[in-house]
Design a protein around this ligand. Structure first.
Ligand SMILES: C[S@@+](CC[C@H](N)C(=O)[O-])C[C@H]1O[C@@H](n2cnc3c(N)ncnc32)[C@H](O)[C@@H]1O
Length: 336
């Protein structure tokens, strides 16, 4: 029997931004942080959040229907997921990434068609600014961006801390460390390791503040530098998370070559991203992330595990392996 063709999937995807924006606005308004304090009925929650009464109930019930809130006898609560990840008061808060998505990516993705036609970024760079320089000239935006990275990479960071054979090594440095999300997870899980993060000097105080909040400042140091202008610091293990996809092919290869140079014999390079599957047909998140690089940067693109393996071999790495981490994220490991 032939299956009936329906427009359901098309309509669902075509309108997916409605649900997406409802969630992003809920994070912006602090709905989940408010409900984490105590369950509330619609009127109390509407007043606490300073919302107009017209659509408040529909907004809260849409979040119920989308699986982001629960409601019993007219009283709203967070789901276990939203309570754990979207309450600003918890260290597990992931909303930094969603805040960045809401304030920057949401409007910029409205210009995707133009990006596809021209090949040019559609973010602040459109107004002639340099992406990192512009973002980093404002301390508040810098902090928001760096903490959003911690949120985006948290699950993968925990998985790398658990999955990589850290027992074989003594030192590690995360290159392009942002706030220090990966460095902290690795240090928390392996007390014999010391190391730190390498990133642009302006990010140093934010890295140090984050590391101190875990009491890890004696084991994790900040290494300031520019990875295109300075040599990379040396350690038994170097890692690069969501770094290579920012840059064009030549720059990607340049960064891999620099890591190879900095590693001792027997050292390892871990590269992790939302790697596209080799067949380029399954990891929609990885493929859309690559379109996000079109929106954000002049030459960036995401790539498959096979692509990265080829670049690592070209740079001289003897052994390589690709391992799935969690969700859309995988890592490529190269051994010198
Ligand atoms: C997309 S973020 C990735 C952050 C983190 N590794 C993660 O996976 O969450 C890219 C990082 O590279 C850093 N970066 C950009 N250009 C750099 C440069 N020229 N030298 C050193 N770090 C740079 C940025 O400051 C930022 O922390």
């Amino acid at each position: 029997m032939t299956q009936a063709v329906t427009p359901d999937r098309i309509m669902q995807l075509g309108m997916a931004f409605w649900g997406s924006k409802a969630l992003l606005s809920a994070v912006e308004l602090g709905v989940f942080s408010e409900l984490a304090k105590r369950p509330q009925d619609a009127t109390t929650l509407q007043q606490q959040l300073g919302l107009h009464p017209r659509s408040a109930r529909d907004f809260f019930d849409a979040l119920v229907a989308l699986g982001m809130l629960d409601r019993q006898s007219g009283v709203y609560t967070n789901t276990p997921e939203t309570d754990f990840y979207l309450d600003r008061a918890k260290p597990t808060y992931l909303g930094g990434w969603l805040d960045m998505v809401n304030t920057r990516l949401y409007p910029f993705w409205g210009r995707l068609t133009e990006g596809l036609r021209t090949g040019h970024p559609q973010n602040e760079v459109r107004e002639g600014h340099n992406f990192f320089e512009d973002l980093y000239s404002d301390p508040q935006r810098l902090k928001t961006f760096l903490s959003s990275m911690t949120g985006l990479s948290m699950s993968a960071s925990k998985k790398i801390a658990a999955q990589f054979p850290w027992g074989h090594y003594h030192t590690f440095i995360d290159v392009g460390s942002a706030q220090g999300g990966l460095a902290v997870q690795v240090a928390l899980a392996h007390s014999h390791l010391t190391g730190g993060g390498f990133d642009l000097p302006v990010t140093g105080p934010i890295f140090q503040e984050y590391v101190q909040s875990f009491g890890l400042e004696t084991r994790l140091k900040f290494y300031p530098g520019n990875f295109f202008e300075d040599p990379l610091p040396t350690a038994d293990v170097l890692s690069m998370g969501h770094i290579l996809h920012d840059w064009n092919l030549e720059q990607k290869k340049q960064l891999i070559a620099k890591a190879y140079e900095a590693l001792p014999r027997g050292g390892a390079l871990i590269i992790f991203e939302s790697l596209i599957d080799d067949e380029r047909r399954e990891n929609a998140f990885g493929l859309l992330m690559s379109l996000n690089m079109l929106i954000e940067l002049p030459g960036g693109f995401d790539y498959t595990g096979a692509d990265c393996t080829e670049w690592l071999r070209e740079a001289g790495f003897q052994e390589t392996r690709v391992e799935h981490l969690i969700g859309p994220d995988s890592m490529v490991v190269g051994m010198k």
